[in-house]
Design a binder for this molecule. Structure first.
Ligand SMILES: Nc1ncnc2c1ncn2[C@@H]1O[C@H](COP(=O)(O)OP(=O)(O)OP(=O)(O)O)[C@@H](O)[C@H]1O
Ligand SMILES: [Mg+2]
Length: 213
């Protein structure tokens, strides 16, 4: 079995980080070592850009600047984390990837989708995830899970309307047949969602096994 690239997507609080860690563990227990990556971040450059992107003090940030910074962080993640891991034969479980740019910067912020597509071609190119799982829930469900005493970051401070556009963006992309995307109802209990994610990865493994003979 060769290396595989799995991505978790979805609005704030849908469980991406929680499930990414679980899936990486689950794969490792089956003898499939997995590296986790997160966006924006996961590299020295990416983490610095993440701090800027999430800082509510940086306002306004032009949407065109935001999309470029996201792809700059992604470019570092691809060359420093994702490709080396895949080349070493490890699996990669990524907490957000390029679908976030379509959903947040195009649908959420209004950056022309052609602009995102052009950056996708330029920066991501042929590196397509084998499976993207979109964790779908009404934004208020995810935001309530994240509600706490901590200060909200630049995205978490956005309006419900913004997150509704982002959610619709993910769903449109999945419906329009964006590469190997599935939608999972993440408004249910954590264990239920996890069961579906594991089933989706298992099914993918079985299909690959048949395909690879
Ligand atoms: N299905 C669920 N039911 C209840 N709580 C959940 C569920 N999924 C995740 N949580 C909890 O919600 C919180 C947010 O989850 P998590 O950090 O994994 O979301 P996230 O998608 O990574 O959010 P962000 O986009 O802000 O990084 C955590 O406390 C997590 O335990
Ligand atoms: Mg997270």
């Amino acid at each position: 079995m060769t290396a595989r690239f799995i991505v978790l997507e979805g609005v704030e609080g849908t469980g991406k980080s929680t499930h990414a860690a679980y899936l990486a563990d689950w794969l490792a227990k089956q003898g499939r070592p997995a590296v986790t990556a997160r966006e924006p971040g996961g590299t020295p450059l990416g983490e610095r850009l993440r701090a800027l992107l999430l800082d509510p003090g940086i306002s306004p940030m032009p949407p065109q600047a935001e999309v470029l910074l996201m792809f700059a962080a992604r470019s570092a993640s691809i060359s420093e984390v994702i490709l080396p891991a895949l080349e070493s034969g490890a699996w990669v479980v990524c907490d957000r990837f390029v679908e976030s740019s379509y959903a947040y910067q195009a649908y959420g912020r209004g950056v022309p989708i052609e602009h995102v597509r052009a950056l996708d071609r330029q920066i991501v190119g042929k590196l397509r995830p084998d499976l993207t799982m979109i964790l779908d829930a009404p934004p208020e469900v995810g935001l309530a899970r994240k509600a706490g005493p901590g200060k909200r970051d630049r995205f978490e401070q956005e309006s419900l309307k913004f997150f509704e556009r982002v959610r619709e963006g993910y769903l449109h992309r999945a419906e329009a047949g964006a590469d190997r995307c599935i939608v999972v109802d993440a408004s249910r209990e954590l264990a239920e969602v996890r069961k579906d994610l594991v089933a989706a990865v298992s099914q993918f493994l079985e299909e690959k096994a048949v395909h690879d003979g």
